[in-house]
Ligand binder design. Structure first.
Ligand SMILES: *Cc1c(COP(=O)(O)O)cnc(C)c1O
Length: 301
């Protein structure tokens, strides 16, 4: 059983506007799990790494964009557990940034891949690692059943109970695990997803692919701000206010959209008085590193 000690408390948080509406918000601080194996990326890697070790594989092979939280997490987890790591990067040769520099520092091999080749990940894996008994495939973002299984522990580790759980969604793997754990534990909690991509209704199908009998989650699909990694001045302003008032870091790609949605729903009286809400902080400082110039632009700093 691989593991390391980490700390992910449920932290109560109260902003004046939220207090006025008499809702009780706590944040599950998965962002504190580890500085580089952050948030849901550790949850999604855990059972994958365990499976790799059980199959005597010592080389994690995965996929991601140039600012991927997942490839950074994989690079650091590989270094931590003594495994080689390779990532196929959806990026033009020559692209470099602090995340890729950190991946290299953790010993990860980066293979720049053009967009058309990147589409077929199993073909890339087959061509480069054909008959390589050491290589273990991990899908982009840790997507898949083992990733989702790790995210069930978000729920099973909770100390308190809640009326609502909120989480940002990219592939929906994290939300699938949360929903499955909530229903198998017989909790009366309503599970909400904030898709960060346009057309986020597909998350419902993704959850069904992992858990065919899952009951539907509540998706709030209007908080994508133009699509994946897209942003708008009001999102940046919200993030600046939130971070400066709470001391909790959020970023524009995932958690900024999540907390913006929560704040907006609270303002619209979506919740009953005294509703108990848990927001999953899935980590991901690197989303900020990739977009800090937009903060300069919109905030005039
Ligand atoms: C990857 C990521 C997500 C999306 O998780 P999925 O399981 O793909 O839905 C959410 N938040 C952060 C910070 C992430 O890095």
């Amino acid at each position: 059983m691989i593991s390391f000690n980490f700390y992910s408390p449920e932290q109560k948080i109260s902003l004046p506007d939220w207090q006025k509406k008499s809702v009780h918000v706590s944040i599950k601080r998965d962002d504190l799990i580890h500085p580089f194996i952050s948030g849901n990326k550790w949850r999604k890697l855990k059972f994958n790494i365990q499976a790799a070790l059980a199959q005597n594989k010592n080389h994690l092979v995965t996929f991601g964009g140039a600012w991927s939280n997942h490839i950074l997490a994989t690079a650091c987890a590989g270094a931590t557990f003594g495994l080689k790591t390779t990532a196929f990067l959806r990026a033009d040769i020559g692209i470099n940034n602090p995340v890729l520099a950190m991946c290299r520092l953790f010993g990860m091999e980066l293979i720049y891949t053009d967009r058309s080749a990147y589409k077929n990940k199993s073909a890339l894996f087959e061509t480069h690692f054909h008959q390589n008994p050491d290589a273990y495939f991990i899908d982009e973002g840790g997507h898949g059943p083992l990733g989702s299984q790790g995210c069930e522990e978000i729920v099973s580790s909770l100390l308190d109970t809640y009326d609502h759980i909120f989480c940002a969604c990219g592939t929906g793997t994290t939300l699938a695990g949360i929903q499955h754990a909530v229903s198998t534990s017989g909790l009366a909690t309503q599970v909400h997803g904030i898709p960060v991509l346009k057309g986020g209704d597909f998350i419902q199908d993704e959850i069904q692919k992992i858990h065919p009998n899952a009951s539907p989650v509540t998706l709030h699909t209007d908080y994508h701000f133009g699509g994946y990694a897209k942003t708008k001045p009001e999102l940046i302003q919200f993030i600046e206010q939130f971070v400066s008032r709470t001391g909790i870091m959020i970023e524009p790609t995932y958690t900024g959209k999540l907390f913006f949605a929560l704040d907006d729903l609270i303002a619209q009286d979506y919740f009953k008085t005294n509703a108990r809400i848990l927001v999953i902080h899935t980590g991901g400082l690197t989303g900020f590193l990739g977009m800090y110039e937009r903060f300069n632009l919109y905030l005039g700093q």
